[in-house]
Design a protein around this ligand. Sequence first.
Ligand SMILES: [Zn+2]
Length: 427
Amino acid sequence: MSLYLKNARFIDWQSLKIQSANIKVDEGVSGGISFVDSIPSTGGSDSSVRVIDCKGKFVTKAFGCGHHHIYSTLARGMPAPKKIPMNFQEILTYVWWHVDKCLDKDMIEASALASALYCAKNGITFIIDHHASPFNIEGSLTTIADAFDKVGVSHLLCYELSDRDGEGPREAGLAEHERFLAGGGQGHVGLHASFTVGDDLLKRSVELAQKHGTGLHIHVAEDKADQVACLKDHNTRVVKRLHEAGGLSLPQTILGHCIHLDDEEKEIIRSTEAWVVQNTESNLNNNVGLANYNEISEKIMLGTDGMHCDMLRSAKATFLSGQPVEGTGFDTAYARFRNVHRYIAECGFKGDTDNNLVVLDYDSPTELTDDNFLGHFVYGINSSHVETVVAQGKVIVEDRVLKTADEAEILDYARQMGNKLWAEMKK
Ligand SMILES: [Zn+2]
C-alpha cells in the first residue's frame, strides 16, 4: 500500500520550515517520506494506493513518549486508598504498589490497549513504557507489546525490577526481561528505583542489559528519600551508585526524574551517554519538587509518567512549570519534546522514522509561519487538533477515530477490567 497525503502544509520538525507539499509515505518499520509533484489516480481498481486530501492542513512528525506507565491506566477514579498518603513513600505504598499487585493478565491487556488508544489519538506513535505487576510478571511484556502492535504504536518496553516484594517477583522480573529481549523484543532492563534495588539485583540487571545490548530504565532521585536511603544503605548517592555499577556506561540508559541531585551527580551524568526524562506534572502531583534540567544535561526528553497520554500537554507543563525553576524557553520545551526521536535514533531502536506523521486540524486566529512555529506550539497547538495519525506508513487514526481496532470495544473492556481491579483492591 502506498499512502499519499496531498495538499499538505508540511512542517519540518527540525528546521520548522513550512512548505506546501504532496507527501508520499513509505510503509514499514524504517520507511521514509518523499515530496512528489503528482498523485496517482485512485479512480481505478488499484487498491494499493491510498490518498488522503489534507486540504491545506498542517502535517508534521508524530510524537513520542519517553517515560510511560500503562499500569496506571485503570487507576483513574479508583476508590481512595486505605490511608491518605502524606509523602512520596506513602504514595507508593498505599496507591501504586497496591494497584500493581492486583493487576492480572487481562487487566494489563486492557490497560495497554486503552493507553495505546489514547496515545494514538493524541499523535503519539512511539511509547517507552515501564511496567509493574508483581504477581503477574511472566508474559506481561508480550501482552503489552501485542496490545501496542494491535493499535499500531511502536514501543520500547521493560519491567520494573525491584526487591520490594522479595525473591519470587525479583527472579520472575529478571526472567521476563530475558525471555522478552532474547525473543527479539525491543526494550530496556527496567528497575524501580535505587531504594528498592539491592546490590545483587543491580549487578545482575546491568549484566542483563549488557548481554542484550540495551540500557537500564530507572527512576532516579524522584524524591529525597531515594538519596537518604542510598546514603544509609550504600554510603553513596544514587547516581554514583548506578555509575559505579556500570549502569550509566550504557548509552541506552534512561534516568527518570533526577530531581534531587548534587553537583557531582550532575557532572557524572554529563560525562556519560545516559539520557534523563523529565515528568513535570507527575512531580507536581507527588509534590517531590522540580529540577533545573539545564544544570544536568542537554540529553533531556519528556514523559508522562503514566499521568495521561498527551505529550503536547507534557510539553506545555514543561514550559510553564519551568519558568520559576530554570526559565524554560519555547525552544527548550520544544527541543525536549522532540529529543525522544534523537534518543531512539542514536540508540538504534526501530519504529520512529519519518513515516510517522500527524495531520493537525489547526485553525489559528493568527498566521503560522516559518518564523513563529514555537509560539503556536506552546500556546496554540494541542491534542484536540490531532486529526489523522500515520504510524510506520499506515493510517492508524483518521478523522479522530482509531482505524486499527474498535474504540468502544477497548474502552468497554477497560471499564470492565477497571471494576475488577477496584474490587480486588478492596479485598
Ligand atoms: Zn515513572
